[in-house]
Write a protein that binds this ligand. Structure first.
Ligand code: HEM
Ligand code: HEM
Ligand code: SF4
Ligand code: SF4
Length: 432
């Protein structure tokens, strides 16, 4: 490989200082080691952007691999003469593993491939979950895809108006709170909906995320059009002796998460009982016994998180399904709203797949161009979505509070006499 051309990057170089791992250091040292011009050109263009305070990527870019309609985000520099190695700097989304567990042998193979076919720069991981290979040219896309599929047995992730790459928390692989096997669920649904992921057929993007419990470590409620959250419907399991060990100060609250400051000795009343959002807990000081009124518990996880060795979620577990989260554009940010409070999930997840298809069928037909499902629900109304689209019965858990305006629609068949009225009839009783 020939010599590389280095650019003067004083502003960017300042980011080599300080204790946090420096992306500038990383890119430069990798670029030096591998004599990668793209690494120097990207830093050069970044310097220019820092100076001008604006991006130097051209608008858009449509590239990809045959057979698929998404997975690659095309990008071109608007300073191609200055930075020829990044004239094209496409991003490839590679589908990550559920829970993001890797074996070094797989990562090494991926790195070997990317060293030779790309910039060497990656993002572990994109916010949706994918492994992001940052920067290559159009001619390399098919060879990369060939290597990924034939050598690594990895597929691309999603992009465009389709099902994006689903993601989950680590779940049962290393969390005692996981109420469902989110990794299996994530994997099974990803495989089941490969077509929807690779070939955009939707009005807009659609995301799945799976969290094993309401702590929602993958932020499903905020970042997925369909959010699957593990939950339970029986009783919280209490180990009274362990509760007493917390009270005696023998076990650290929150597994020691707050040990870096002196919060005083653990006070079960202050830190658990009084913070329970439904006030359904009682600590009997004389008996030294904890009581939970489970019918009032909303499964917020607080008490369990504070005393993980004493309290465990129930064993009758399933998922809650919430729909509609999205970022602000166009109609304002939304968190997902509860649609199914509890569903048992077991392979092959047929009930769940039916549920998903029901939502998709309607949204695919009725969603406007670039309308997220959350906006469709806003437009047609939650009631219509729950009843007519999903075929469910409205329940109080579907709302936080009942409506406070009286602009209530009735169906004609619900109203005696219907809508067809003759004003002449009215006038007989009420002369003008
Ligand atoms: C005996 C006399 C009246 C009675 C029994 C009466 C009754 C009502 C009722 C039942 C409503 C509907 C409330 C709702 O559904 O939210 C209403 C709304 C209203 N009334 Fe009256 N009203 C009377 C006189 C008046 C007068 C004299 C005015 C104005 C000069 C007036 C102005 C309004 C307005 C502006 C509304 C709100 C309409 C809307 O929400 O779209 N009302 N009235
Ligand atoms: C040319 C005259 C008027 C026009 C074109 C007009 C038009 C409208 C329209 C389009 C609405 C909204 C209806 C809806 O979306 O539900 C409305 C609501 C209303 N109008 Fe008028 N209006 C006129 C005069 C008046 C007058 C003279 C009064 C009272 C003295 C009045 C009081 C109200 C009230 C109280 C509401 C309900 C507001 C609400 O939604 O809470 N309007 N009007
Ligand atoms: S969401 Fe719940 S189950 Fe998943 S990793 Fe977090 S705490 Fe564990
Ligand atoms: S999980 Fe939350 S609502 Fe339920 S008892 Fe514990 S603190 Fe209260």
């Amino acid at each position: 490989m020939g010599e590389v051309k280095k650019h003067d990057t004083p502003k960017v170089d300042q980011l080599k200082t300080g204790p946090w791992p420096s992306f500038v250091d990383d890119i430069y040292s990798y670029g030096e080691k591998h004599k990668k011009q793209a690494c120097f050109d990207i830093m050069g263009q970044m310097e220019l952007s820092y100076t001008n305070r604006e991006t130097h990527w051209k608008h858009g870019g449509i590239v990809g691999v045959f057979g698929y309609g998404g997975g690659v985000i095309g990008r071109y520099s608007d300073q191609q003469e200055k930075f020829p190695a990044i004239w094209a700097f496409h991003t490839i989304r590679v589908h990550h593993t559920a829970g993001k567990w890797y074996h070094t042998s797989a990562l090494k193979k991926l790195c070997d491939m990317w060293d030779s076919r790309g910039s060497g720069i990656v993002n572990f991981h994109g916010s949706t979950g994918d492994i992001i290979l940052l920067g290559t040219v159009t001619d390399q896309l098919e060879p990369i895809f060939f290597d990924l599929t034939h050598q690594l047995h990895w597929d691309l992730g999603g992009s465009g108006s389709n099902l994006r790459s689903p993601a989950c928390c680590v779940g049962k692989s290393r969390c005692e709170w996981a109420l469902i096997d989110v990794q299996e669920l994530d994997y099974e649904l990803t495989m089941a909906f490969q077509d929807e992921l690779h070939r955009p057929a939707f009005p807009y993007k659609f995301k799945f995320k799976f969290s094993g419990c309401p702590l929602d470590c993958v932020a499903a409620v905020a970042r997925a059009d369909m959010s699957f959250i593990g939950t339970w419907r029986d009783e919280i399991r209490i180990d009274q002796e362990a509760v007493r060990a917390y009270v005696r100060g023998e076990l650290k609250p929150n597994a020691g998460a707050f040990s870096d400051r002196d919060w005083g000795p653990f006070d079960i009343k202050k830190e658990v009982i009084d913070l329970c959002p439904t006030k359904c807990m009682y600590w009997d000081e004389n008996e030294q016994k904890l009581y939970i009124n489970n019918s009032e518990c909303n499964r917020c996880m607080h008490c369990i998180a504070v005393m993980p060795e004493a309290l465990r979620p129930g064993q009758d577990t399933g998922i809650a399904i919430l729909i509609g989260a999205k970022a602000p554009i166009l109609e304002g940010a939304q968190l997902s709203t509860l649609i199914v409070p509890f569903m048992k999930v077991e392979p092959p997840y047929d009930e769940l797949k039916d549920f998903i298809y029901k939502a998709w069928d309607y949204w695919m037909e009725n969603g406007k161009n670039r309308e997220r499902i959350g906006e469709l629900i806003q437009r047609i109304g939650l009631n219509k979505f729950i009843t007519e689209v999903m075929g469910l019965t409205p329940i109080p858990q579907h709302v936080r509070v009942p409506r406070d305006n009286p602009y209530i629609f009735w169906k004609e068949e619900e109203v005696e006499g219907g809508w067809t009225r003759d004003v002449a009839e009215f006038r007989k009783r009420h002369p003008a």
